[in-house]
Write a protein that binds this ligand. Structure first.
Ligand code: PMP
Length: 362
């Protein structure tokens, strides 16, 4: 048996994969696969509209927020957010707490003035408290990344930014904990961690922010056009949306977003408890307050990591079927990604391996 701890594309619930398999060549009695269905057909419309309705229900999305399904991934949204929102004042605030928010800020700088709210850090291991932020009252929006997938830094609060719209990248912790949508102007998430296969990107945007795009905005990244066309301006990633719909139903059957959150707390606690009680053998550089519940990065042997020990650990993990545990190439070490579909039982297997490895090498 294989246990997949990948950072994304990542594990999908087995139940969902089995449903996909069962329906692959005859989707919902249509006689054809969802991949072969016109995106303008009534069969596809049911799938599309149900996925959006289920998402609205799961997150209790208020009526004045639109849900858009787009392509281009998180990186597409780095540009889209700026193109659609920066036009109000020409400037935006970026809270840079890791690799992904840093990339988003660079992309946005092509379309307007980007103000870095925080000083530049050598290492991303914390989210400074808001009292230390330098916000610009003239900003079109304040941007942040709720969970930095590479560094394992997750916000433990929703920023208070007054009347300035808050824009958030939730790609790697979307649907892993409840949150109040009304505190945001915009939220986006690429699907390939907690929602489905790569190719779908979800955008939740307050309706008054729609229609302010820069003239150069391509139609496929234009929130107003996408909204007017119920995300069917052009061919959407139909298969991805279908699988996403099944994942949303799986979440509904498993306690909703609150259920996912309980599970995420239990799983991440298991791993962090071992790290914390290993006398430095396992080392996680992230401040405990903001340690991610989805991506747990750690080094073995010392704070800088012992190459030989880390290789041995990864080999032992692979031998037991635990795969894709290697840390991101920019930070090294180990990273256990424990998204919604990774079970408590699977996480316990990793915990057991970590304990045994510690006993043998401490
Ligand atoms: N934001 C976050 C938090 C991510 O983890 C990633 C990487 N999956 C991205 C953005 C970029 O996503 P994509 O590869 O879909 O462009």
């Amino acid at each position: 048996m294989v246990i997949n701890f990948a950072a994304g594309p990542a594990k999908l619930p087995e139940e969902v994969l089995q449903e996909v398999q069962k329906n692959l060549i005859n989707c919902n009695g249509s006689g054809i696969s969802v991949m072969e269905m016109s995106h303008r057909s009534s069969n596809y419309a049911k799938i599309h509209d149900l996925a959006i309705a289920d998402l609205r229900e799961l997150l209790n999305i208020p009526k004045n927020y639109k849900v858009l399904l787009m392509q281009g991934g998180g990186t597409g949204q780095f540009a889209a957010v700026a193109m659609n929102l920066i036009g109000s004042t020409g400037t935006a605030d970026y809270v840079i707490t890791g690799s992904w928010s840093s990339k988003a800020a660079k992309e946005a700088a092509q379309y307007g003035k980007v103000n870095a709210v925080l000083p530049k850090f050598d290492k991303y291991v914390d989210v400074p408290r808001q009292t230390k932020w330098k916000l610009d009252p003239n900003a079109s929006y304040v941007y942040y990344c709720d969970n930095e997938t590479v560094e394992g830094v997750e916000f433990d609060f929703i920023p208070e930014v007054g009347n300035v719209p808050l824009a958030c990248d939730m790609s790697s912790n979307f649907l892993s904990r409840p949150f109040d949508v009304s505190k945001f102007g915009l939220i986006f998430a690429g699907a390939q961690k907690n929602i489905g296969p790569a190719g779908v990107t979800i955008i939740i945007v307050r309706e008054d922010l729609i229609g302010k795009h820069l003239k150069l905005t391509p139609s496929v990244l234009n929130f107003e056009l996408m909204d007017k066309n119920n995300s069917l301006l052009n061919t959407p990633p139909t298969f991805g949306i279908y699988v996403m719909g099944l994942v949303l139903q799986w979440i509904k059957r498993n306690g909703g977003v609150a259920g996912m959150s309980q599970l995420a707390n239990a799983k991440s606690k298991l791993i962090y408890d071992i790290i914390n009680s290993s006398n430095g053998f396992y080392y996680c550089p992230v401040e405990s307050r903001v340690r991610s519940h989805m991506n747990v990065p750690f080094r073995i042997g010392s704070a800088a990591g012992n190459d030989a020990l880390e290789k041995e650990f990864l080999a032992k993990a692979e031998a037991e079927g635990m795969i894709q545990l290697k840390g991101h190439r920019s930070v090294g070490g180990i990273r256990a990604s424990i998204y919604n579909a990774v079970t408590l039982d699977e996480t316990q297997k990793l915990a057991k391996l970590m304990l045994a490895f510690y006993e043998n090498n401490k």
